[in-house]
Every structure is written in C-alpha cells, then in structure tokens.
Design a protein around this ligand. Structure first.
Ligand SMILES: Cc1cc2nc3c(=O)[nH]c(=O)nc-3n(C[C@H](O)[C@H](O)[C@H](O)COP(=O)(O)O)c2cc1C
Length: 210
C-alpha cells in the first residue's frame, strides 16, 4: 500500500490546518492510501545552523523530530506539508523543520509526490503556498494540484468546516495525489528503473570568480 506522510506545522493539533489535513487524510483513506500525520508545530524546532554535519553524517546535528521523521519521509511515496499563515508566510516552526529535513537527508526524493496546504484567517495564503512548494520543486518531486491553490480560511477549525470550497479543494487534492502516486508507481516499476534519469554532475559555483 502506498504511504503518504503529512506534517502539521501549526501549534494547534486540532486547529484550522489540522481540519484541512483531516479532509485530505479522509479521502486518501478512501483511495486506499496509508497515511501518517506528524504534529510538528507543537515542538520547539530550531533552524538550520548550516554547519555541514549532515553532509558527512546523513542526518542533522540536532537530534530531534527532524531525524525521527527522516526515515518516514524516505519510506513515503508522498508528502503533504500543512502550515498556518504567519505574517504572510508559512509559520517559523515548519520552515525550520522543512529546511533541516530537506537539507540533512541525502536519500532521493525523486518522484515522491508533494503537496502544500495552507490556512489563514484572511490573507497571505498564496505566498505561503509558493514558499512550501519550493522544497518539492528543487527535489525532483512532482507537485499535486487541485481545483484551487490548496488553502482554507479560518481562525478556528469550526470556521474551516464552513469553508466548503476549501474542503472541496482538499478532497480534490487528495484524489489527484493518489492518482499520481499510482500512475508513477506503475511507470517506475517495482525496481524503479522506469523513473526518468536525473543528472547531477553540474554544480555552478564559479570557482574561477567569473
Ligand atoms: C503569529 C500569527 C500571525 C498570523 N498572521 C496571519 C496572516 O498574515 N494572515 C492571516 O490571514 N492570518 C494570520 N494569522 C491567523 C492564522 O493564520 C489563521 O488563524 C490560521 O488559520 C490558524 O491555523 P491553525 O489553527 O492551524 O494554527 C496569524 C496568526 C498568528 C498566531
């Protein structure tokens, strides 16, 4: 069974972002996908120190939830990251978490399907959505889309339950994601040999100063 890992960056495990992710999870289960939700936002997650420890050791020097989630991400076929909007951006906790998760892990993320889900009361959703999608698009991860940008509106989970279009967007996202995972799995084959080739040799660093 395909596995999808979901991250909730909100400090509220039963808040607006959770309500959106719950709708995604409900439909992923209808689509016979296995899910695991990790409540990231309730923990104190520090930012990346840029120390380079991970390039030698394949894990983050700060041994916290990032290192715990890394093997779950490696085993997953898809990743959904949810965040509330704070001052027009994803919240600081999820950004610190995503920076460290993506930077410290050296397994291939190629063809794992990614999706971002954002929740705001009023504004800043699309800017936050764009920021989160950038982790996927630098990693060879196809991004699942929906019938709107993946956003809900509310200050409480009850508000989000009244955002019928937002919830519809979550359901369509989940169906598209499940479809993509099934289709990519078939195209890749059991040993992954059907995956497109990835070149990694060039790395522009202008060592000659030009
Ligand atoms: C520090 C902080 C900053 C916020 N900034 C914004 C904002 O820029 N735009 C907005 O519409 N809502 C903003 N909000 C409201 C939350 O984004 C919104 O209520 C969200 O749906 C809460 O999700 P949650 O219940 O999952 O935490 C902010 C809330 C906090 C605590």
């Amino acid at each position: 069974m395909a596995k999808i890992l979901l991250l909730n960056g909100s400090p509220h495990p039963h808040g607006c972002t959770a309500a959106a992710l719950d709708e995604v999870i409900r439909v992923l289960h209808e689509e016979e996908m296995e899910t695991e939700l990790v409540q990231v936002g309730s923990q104190a997650i520090r930012g990346c120190a840029g120390c380079g420890y991970c390039s030698k050791n394949g894990k983050c020097v700060f041994d916290d939830l990032v290192n715990e989630v890394a093997p779950k991400f490696e085993a997953a076929d898809g990743l959904v990251v949810g965040s509330p909007v704070y001052y027009g951006s994803p919240n600081g906790t999820i950004l610190s978490f995503m920076d460290r998760l993506f930077y410290s892990t050296n397994f291939s993320k190629h063809m794992k399907v990614g999706a971002a889900v954002v929740s705001c009361r009023r504004g800043g959703n699309t800017a936050s959505f764009d920021v989160l999608n950038k982790y996927f698009t630098i990693s060879g991860m196809p991004v699942a889309s929906s019938t709107y940008w993946n956003q809900v509106h509310g200050f409480t989970a009850e508000d989000v339950k009244k955002d019928l279009e937002g919830l519809q967007t979550m359901r369509n996202l989940a169906r598209n994601m499940a479809f993509m995972i099934r289709a990519f799995g078939q195209a890749a084959g059991p040993d992954g040999t059907g995956c497109p080739q990835m070149e990694r040799d060039s790395f522009t660093s202008f060592p000659d100063g030009k």
